[in-house]
Structures are given as C-alpha cells and as structure tokens.
Design a protein around this ligand. Sequence first.
Ligand code: C5P
Length: 314
Amino acid sequence: MSAPVPDVVTVRAPAKTNLQLSVGGLRADGFHDLITVYQSVSLYDELVATRAPGGGVRVTVEGAHAAGVPTDGRNLAVRAARVLAEQAGVEPEVHLHVTKGIPVAGGMAGGSADAAAALVACDALWDTGMDRDALLDVAATLGSDVPFALLGGVAVGTGRGEQLTPALVSGTLHWVFVLDEGGLATPTVYAEVDRLRADVPGLVPTVSEPLMAALRSGDPRGVADTLTNDMQAAALSLRPRLRRTLDAGLEGGALAALVSGSGPTCAFLARDAEHALDVAVALTASGIASVVPAHGPVPGARVVSSSQSRPEVR
Ligand code: C5P
C-alpha cells in the first residue's frame, strides 16, 4: 500500500547570498551571462500548501517582510504552482500561505525561495512523480535563482545563473546581514551595471579559483579575501547610504563587507559564530537597524512536515 497523499505540506526554503557574482555581457534575451557562486544561508521563508478543491491557486503572506509582496498572479509561488500543475496535468487548486523571513527585493532571492518552496510543496501535495531534474527545469522557467533555491548548499551558477554545478566546500561560514529599508528591483540594478560600464569592452568572466580553494579549505579569511560582486558598484550608485553600512561593518571587525547579490542587503563575513555576534553588536551600536546573523551553507527547499487535514472519506 502506498503512503497516503497529504492534504497539508509545509516547506522551508533558504535565502542565498553570492560569494562571487561576475556579470558578463547583456544577451539578446535581456539577461546577462553570469558566473556566480551561490551559498544558501539560514534565513528562511516558510510555505504551507493546503489542498483547496475548486479554489484555484491562492496565496496569503505574513511576516516582518510581507509588505510589498504581491498576492496576485505576479506572486512567484502562485506562478510556480500554476506551472507545476500544468506540467503534471493536475488541476491548479491549492492555498499557499507564506511566512516571510527573507527580505523582499533584498538581493537574497526571497521570491525565488517562495517559488522553490511552492514547487516542493505542490509536488508532494499532487504526488506528481516528477524527478529532481524535472523540478529544476520547471524552476529555471520561473527565475534565474529558483533552481538554486531548490538545490541549496554551495553551487556555481552559469548561464543566467540557472545552470548549477554543486561545489565541494568545508565548514560553515558565519555572516551578519544588514537589511536596508526598501528593496532594489533586480532589473534596475542590472541596468545600472550596464550604464556604469558602458565603455568597457565585452567581459567574459570565469570562476574564481582562489575563492573555490578557500571554500574547499573552509578558511573564512581566505574566503573574505576573495569575495567579489560586480553588482556592488551599481547598488551603491543607486543607494549611496549603503557605503556607510559597509564601512560600519568593517569598523566593527568584519573580515569582509559586500552587497548581497543585487542589494540592498549588505553581507558581513565573520570568523565564527561568536565573532558574528560581536560584529552584529558593533553594527547595532553604530546605529544600524535590522542586523541579522546567519550561517551557510544550509540545505535547499525541503518538506518539514506533512499531514492529512481531515479523515479520509471512504
Ligand atoms: O530571472 P529573474 O526573473 O530573477 O530576473 C529578473 C530580471 O533581472 C530579468 O528580467 C533581467 O532584467 C535581470 N537579470 C539579468 N541577468 C541575469 C538575471 C536577471 O539581466 N542573469
């Protein structure tokens, strides 16, 4: 007898930061070729998917970072559920409830985490039988960072970021993240990257071997010396006050300070968990709000519980 299909599935999906984010040329499809090294970190969105016969796909959102998240067809979790239903040949009927722990439009792939969480939850709810690779393919149609939100860990992303190669790493990196008020729209930051380097001839980025070596040896100082983000100058140009945040973290003893992805969240690397708390305290003491310690890598989107909401009807 096969296991009963659940009525309620809860999934937790992590945020990401980029240890390397090298932006290549603008492609004909409007995306940029990337070489990036993703790491999933311990800030999470939680998504509860509940069977909703006849109800279509509906989403509700709560949490400190819920403001500004659309709850219509633009919501990435809604789009994910609809695309998966179409692929699996099932009716798109589910209620998704998202509790945001990841900043919105913050450069930490919060929307992508919700899409990945919806894929994992609806896959279990609808018993689609799709394998991991098929889910990764669906994820790539939803956004460049969605496949990584499924995979988690540390991975090299190529193409527009959606083609992943898991990377071998040792140990855990301890971070402090500073959230900024108000997000930055990813396309706006990419457009600023293009504007700032309009005179620079075509760049073909490569994976940073010093970074990969530091990750393999688990040496936070080596990682600190090799972190790069080609989007940082653009994020600082659009949000100049981030410079003060980055400086405050360095003055507070962080090994490195950089903008996370397309920003405006700033990431500070620490030696270990205790040092991360020291850096967090120093940042707070310097008058900076929304200071959040986290660590990585952590696993990608995973089912944390599933249950039958009502007795089976016979
Ligand atoms: O893939 P995603 O939906 O996250 O991308 C949002 C926007 O960010 C794209 O429409 C594009 O403007 C920009 N982008 C880009 N190059 C990438 C990824 C995203 O220019 N590699």
